[in-house]
Design a protein around this ligand. Structure first.
Ligand code: SF4
Ligand code: SF4
Ligand code: SF4
Length: 332
């Protein structure tokens, strides 16, 4: 067996984070020496992991099941049996292990330390490497003008109506940062991602009705819907705040292109707007300004991300979203 420190450096290297001191500490906090050895030997079946380890297949299976519950391994059925592989990158390590049901507070605090000390610089590197952001904002369904064409995968209501199964999980960002009191059990997983989260014990299965009620709860709490930035595909609907979220502060404060806008932009009807100001604090992106002399709200089209949260609170029905980007804006 290799020395402890070396083992955890190798695990960090396996997710391309060998230079990160905090990622090494995170691995040391979640995986014991034998678990770390097994992770380094993956991908593998339980039988091959047991071979020469001094553990029976049953003992090895119990260890691997524990690693699966922790979010460190994923499984795939093959003709040779179930093959286990380690989380492949920092995003899987982050998203899966923060939801480890038995995670001690110290583990979550260590992740928050990573987000504060290392994540901003890492985000800058990732932003330069990726051709397009991996996530995209999806508007509040009712906020889009009814004359606009909305594709099925850019309509949160239709995403959940067309998906089976659906599960709700905790928001990993608010779980570790707890900087605001917005809902935590609010992120929706759909299809395979939902089945995985229920199987692992990190998600709670919900029906379409409850999923839609959760979307409404998110909108009322001022959370922005975010999904995968790929046409025709959605594995999750994140509901993001502007303080705990790993992405929005990078986008808002550092101007990093970490999340694409929706294809829609906000329009305020000058005849109907009374300038009450209710929508102002709903906008995370600084796109709204109250023109006091004219008594109405104005929109900076460049800054608007097309989330539709301002529409949710407008008592006059003065806000609607219209198409401002072509359909091919969403990567295929
Ligand atoms: S990306 Fe948004 S919803 Fe998803 S975990 Fe982070 S804050 Fe929560
Ligand atoms: S103005 Fe702000 S709150 Fe309204 S849709 Fe645009 S980004 Fe969202
Ligand atoms: S909430 Fe509606 S009426 Fe009030 S300022 Fe905003 S757009 Fe105008």
């Amino acid at each position: 067996m290799m020395a402890d420190e070396e083992r955890y450096v190798k695990l960090a290297e396996k997710i391309f984070m060998g230079e990160s001191p905090v990622i090494r500490q995170l691995f040391a906090a979640i995986a014991g020496p034998e678990e770390a050895e097994a992770l380094l030997a993956m991908p593998a079946t339980t039988a091959s992991l047991a071979e020469g380890s001094g553990r029976s297949v049953e003992e090895t299976q119990s260890m691997v099941d524990g690693l699966y519950r922790k979010g460190l391994v994923f499984k795939k059925e093959t003709p040779e049996g179930t093959v286990y592989r380690m989380c492949r990158d920092i995003m899987q390590f982050h998203d899966a292990t923060i939801l480890w049901p038995e995670a001690p507070r110290s583990y979550l605090d260590l992740w928050q330390r990573y987000m504060e000390e290392e994540w901003p610089a890492f985000s800058e590197t990732v932003e330069k490497m990726l051709p397009r952001p991996v996530t995209r904002i999806v508007p509040v369904s009712e906020s889009v003008d009814s004359r606009q064409q909305v594709l099925a995968f850019e309509d949160v209501r239709r995403i959940v109506e067309n998906s089976e199964p659906i599960a709700v999980t905790n928001c990993t960002c608010r779980l570790i940062a707890h900087k605001c009191d917005r809902p935590v059990e609010i992120c929706l997983q759909v299809g395979k991602a939902a089945a995985y989260s229920v199987d692992r014990g990190t998600g709670r299965a919900v029906d379409t009705e409850e999923a839609i009620a959760l979307l409404r709860k998110a909108e009322e709490a001022g959370l922005v819907h975010v999904t995968m930035n790929r046409a025709g595909e959605s594995h999750f609907i994140c509901n993001c705040c502007n303080d705990c979220c790993m992405t929005f502060p990078m986008l808002i404060d550092r101007k990093l292109k970490m999340c694409d806008p929706s294809r829609f932009g906000c329009v305020i009807d000058e005849e109907t707007c009374t300038g009450c100001g209710d929508c102002l604090e709903r906008c995370f992106f600084g796109a709204l300004t109250l023109d006091e002399s004219r008594g109405l709200m104005t929109v900076d089209a460049e800054a608007c991300m097309g989330c539709g949260l301002c529409q949710v609170v407008c008592p006059e029905g003065a806000v609607s979203l219209v198409e401002v980007r072509e359909q091919d804006f969403i990567p295929g």
